[in-house]
Design a protein around this ligand. Structure first.
Ligand code: AMP
Ligand code: MN
Ligand code: MN
Ligand code: MN
Length: 277
């Protein structure tokens, strides 16, 4: 079975509306899809209806933004109840500061000579409260400041570069607690993308497990083939379930197509074993 448990729609920083995204996943051969928009659940109902229409299975998901020791870490929640009140209230608090943060990012870009980036980025944001660095990257590409989104993140939008504005998301314990409280499985997203030492990563995993987290992404569009092996071994070592997800955002951006990644290695314990779909 082709199972893809991480992707984004226009409800956060993806370029396709939930329905189009799901229809594309079905076309690409995905059998089970989880939509995991950043910090909101607004696309799940439309995505589930489209999955029914296309004849594929669907899992309610979310990707929660966390600040851990000053670094941004993402926690995916799978199989959550979208009606859960604590989860909804929690997510609202996490996303609440995005517009103000975007204004600070635009002010920083302006001092680097880039004008009107707030308005420019907003034109790409279908869901304005979810304005993100991805939308700024699209603006920087469109206006010819950089040639692709990779360069936008390398030269701008990251710590130490113009366009970055530090932000306090939520705590690891909150994110895992909300997901668990809503009946979901919490999974550390794309661990290879954090610049953490091996020791710090082990501490992150220990705290995550203590909070009730159960899984880690092994096969993701953010990892190299070597990292599939590395994080596969780490999942076994720490007794975490393994996940697979493209982290697809848009057809023509850097990254991996829906359902196109290699399968999880057979010796890994997949997170979907415990999920209803
Ligand atoms: P934000 O939540 O506004 O901080 O934006 C984070 C989003 O930016 C992530 O979910 C990715 O979609 C995107 N992103 C972060 N770093 C990179 C990168 N180096 N290259 C491309 N996209 C990135
Ligand atoms: Mn994203
Ligand atoms: Mn992420
Ligand atoms: Mn993601």
């Amino acid at each position: 079975m082709n199972i893809d448990l991480h992707c984004h729609s226009t409800m956060s920083d993806g370029a396709l509306a939930p329905r189009s995204l799901v229809l594309r996943a079905a076309e690409k051969g995905v059998d089970v899809l989880a939509l995991t928009d950043h910090d909101n659940l607004g696309g799940l109902a439309e995505a589930r209806a489209a999955a029914d229409e296309a004849g594929i299975r669907f899992i309610n998901g979310v990707e929660v933004s966390v600040t851990w020791r000053g670094a941004t870490v993402h926690i995916v929640g799978l199989g959550i109840d979208p009606a859960n009140r604590e989860l909804n209230v929690g997510l609202e608090s996490v996303r609440g500061g995005r517009v103000e943060r975007a204004r600070a990012m635009a002010a920083s870009l302006k001092s680097a000579g880039i004008e009107a980036s707030f308005e420019g980025a907003m034109r790409f944001a279908q869901n304005p409260v979810m304005i993100s660095r991805t939308h700024f990257a699209r603006f920087l590409v469109e206006s010819g400041v950089v040639e692709d989104s990779r360069a936008a993140f390398r030269r701008y939008l990251v710590p130490g570069k113009p366009g970055y504005s530090p932000y306090d998301w939520t705590t690891l314990a909150n994110a895992v607690g909300w997901i668990r409280g809503a009946g979901g499985a919490a999974v550390i997203a794309h661990p290879g993308r954090y610049s953490l030492s091996a020791a710090a990563l082990a501490e992150l995993i220990a705290e995550f497990r203590a909070a009730g987290g159960v899984g880690i992404e092994v096969v993701t569009g953010n990892h190299s083939t070597d990292q599939f092996r590395l994080f596969g071994a780490l999942s076994r070592q720490h007794g975490l379930l393994a996940s697979r997800g493209s982290d697809f955002h848009a057809p023509e951006e850097s990254g991996v197509e829906l359902g196109a990644l290699p399968a999880l290695a057979p010796q890994l314990d997949p997170v979907w074993r415990g999920l209803a779909f």
